[in-house]
Ligand binder design. Structure first.
Ligand code: FAD
Ligand code: NAD
Length: 465
């Protein structure tokens, strides 16, 4: 059996693992990364990147269809659009491939050794990797578990046949005529919206009494409205029961306790993600767990000295940029630098139509934390750029502590607001006050102008409403 020794071993080359390995390499740490499938993890291969590519295709298709139907308010007409979904999927796969190669190049540049195979702990310092050329033993001073997450399967609706996960949905080469989505969270609504735009008749079955349960009703209101306009049926407080006897649909129990069958060519199950720890040999370690997730401290340390865990395997928020920030921090800790998790916020974006961004505390969270608040909200209906983009739905909301006027949270819903997350994140991270934001000149005409206007509204003197 081949033996490798190194200072740092990273298990899993998703955004958490590969960033950790690159930073460690930059710091001169002798680093090995093990990956059982493809470099880039869920995010790059079956998550963030491919979903955003397909959302873009759907947006373009819908715009063309709107023009073909003569529905634009500015008189654009066009021929009926046709989409070759196979070509769209090939385009998406090409982007993924380029990024796969990019990650490999970055790891090589940082002098990280890449081992392909499935890793299993033998003990707290030793991992055995099953590779194509046989098992390899890797001994390391520090080990980072970055094995990520996988879709949750419903026992009465197992994946297979016409029951698909997000991975299956992103590989479809034909638009299903009727798509039932179980779970109205991030993935269900991002992909459900995209398929509705591509012409599928979409129904969303959500167990709770609202969609995107993480966000407040003000933020999700414009999404619900748009789903209705797209002809998406949203069934709240509804339970999936199982496939219809003929396998041509889904049986559900509606909020009023009645049973109903929803016809479906495909059933997309998006009810959350679970940590990937099967076969990792965790039984050979003594880790504290948080349910099925690995429990970590503020330096991402587990209960065993020298073993760290980062990213989705440690639970919510399961976001790529959180995994990356943790990876970078852990590499610096292993290098002996004084680091701890000192972030004031992690932006969360839902790439629905319109998009939602949230950084820091929502009004309800801030109230629950005992803060007296000043809240300012500015509608895109009063923003010139939003009007010229034909996207007036939504607003920017700033939540600040009364007295100090320190900004505690920023939320927005609207077309294209995902790009405002950079400004929002910076404001929270740098401890901006309402005056700081109100006093920063924002270029005109941009969606970003709604940000200082919301801050000015909180201060009692918005200019454009
Ligand atoms: P992962 O990306 O899951 O990577 C873990 C890696 O570890 C995998 O490559 C896996 O093969 C490998 N591995 C597992 N076990 C072993 C083992 N024993 N040995 C060797 N290798 C192993 N997040 C966002 O921030 N923005 C988005 O827009 C977004 N969109 C998403 C859309 C979809 C459809 C999905 C499914 C997810 C989306 N996410 C998004 C979430 C994002 O993908 C995850 O938060 C992110 O990938 C987590 O990174 P990670 O490094 O923790 O794990
Ligand atoms: P989610 O937690 O966002 O949503 C799951 C939804 O399914 C919830 O609304 C829940 O109430 C519902 N649900 C659960 N069980 C159900 C059942 N039996 N019947 C009907 N509804 C049920 O999970 P997801 O959409 O699968 O996404 C998983 C993770 O991936 C998220 O936590 C998120 O962090 C990450 N993600 C992020 C992005 C992004 O950042 N834009 C995009 C996609 C995924």
């Amino acid at each position: 059996m081949t033996e490798i020794t190194c200072k740092l071993l990273v298990i899993g080359a998703g955004p958490g693992g590969y960033v950790c390995a690159i930073r460690a390499g930059q710091l001169g740490i002798d680093t090995v990364i093990v990956e059982s499938t493809k470099l880039g993890g869920s995010c790059l291969n079956v998550g963030c990147i491919p979903s955003k590519a397909m959302i873009h295709v759907a947006e373009e298709f819908e715009k063309a269809a709107e023009a073909a139907a003569g529905k634009t308010p500015f008189g654009l007409t066009a021929a009926e659009p046709k989409l070759d979904l196979k070509q769209a999927v090939a385009w998406k796969d090409g982007i993924v491939q380029r990024l796969n190669n990019g990650v490999a190049g970055l790891l090589r540049k940082a002098k990280v050794k890449i081992v392909h195979g499935k890793a299993r702990f033998r003990d707290g310092k030793t991992v055995v990797v099953e590779t194509e050329t046989g098992p390899k033993t890797i001994q390391a001073e520090a080990i980072v578990i970055a094995t990520g997450s996988a879709p949750v399967e419903l026992p009465f609706l197992p994946f297979g046949g016409n029951v698909i996960s997000s991975t299956g949905a992103l590989a479809l080469t034909e638009v299903p005529k009727r798509l039932v989505v179980v779970g109205g969270g991030y993935i269900g609504l991002e992909l459900g919206t995209a398929f509705a735009k591509l012409g599928a008749k979409v129904s969303v079955v959500e167990a709770q009494d609202k969609i995107l349960p993480l966000y407040d009703a003000e933020l999700t209101g414009p999404i619900s409205k748009r789903l209705t306009a797209l002809g998406v049926e949203v069934l709240l407080g509804a339970k999936a029961l199982g496939p219809t006897p003929k396998g041509d649909g889904l049986r559900i129990e509606t909020a009023d306790g009645k049973e109903r069958s929803l016809p479906a060519d495909r059933i997309l199950v998006t009810v959350g993600r679970k940590p990937v720890t099967d076969g990792l040999g965790l039984e050979n370690l003594v880790l504290d767990m948080d349910g099925r997730f690995i429990r970590i401290g503020e330096r991402c340390e587990t209960a065993m000295r020298g073993i760290y865990a980062i990213g989705d395997v440690t639970g919510e928020p399961m976001l790529a940029h959180r995994a990356m920030a943790q990876g970078e921090m852990v590499a610096e800790i292993v290098a002996g630098l004084p680091r701890a998790w000192d972030k004031r916020g992690i932006a969360a974006i839902c790439f629905t139509d319109p998009e939602i961004v949230s950084v820091g505390l929502s009004p309800d969270e801030a109230k629950r934390a005992g803060h007296e608040l000043k809240i300012g909200q500015f509608p895109f209906a009063a923003n010139g750029r939003a009007m010229t983009r034909h996207g007036e739905a939504g607003f920017v909301r700033v939540v600040a502590q009364a007295g100090s006027e320190l900004v505690l949270g920023i939320q927005a819903v609207g077309q294209g607001v995902s790009e405002l997350s950079a400004a929002f994140g910076l404001a929270i991270e740098m401890g901006a006050t309402l005056q700081d934001i109100a006093g920063t000149i924002h270029a005109h005409p941009t969606l970003g102008e709604a940000f200082p206007e919301a801050a000015m509204k909180a201060l009692g003197h918005a200019l454009h409403i």
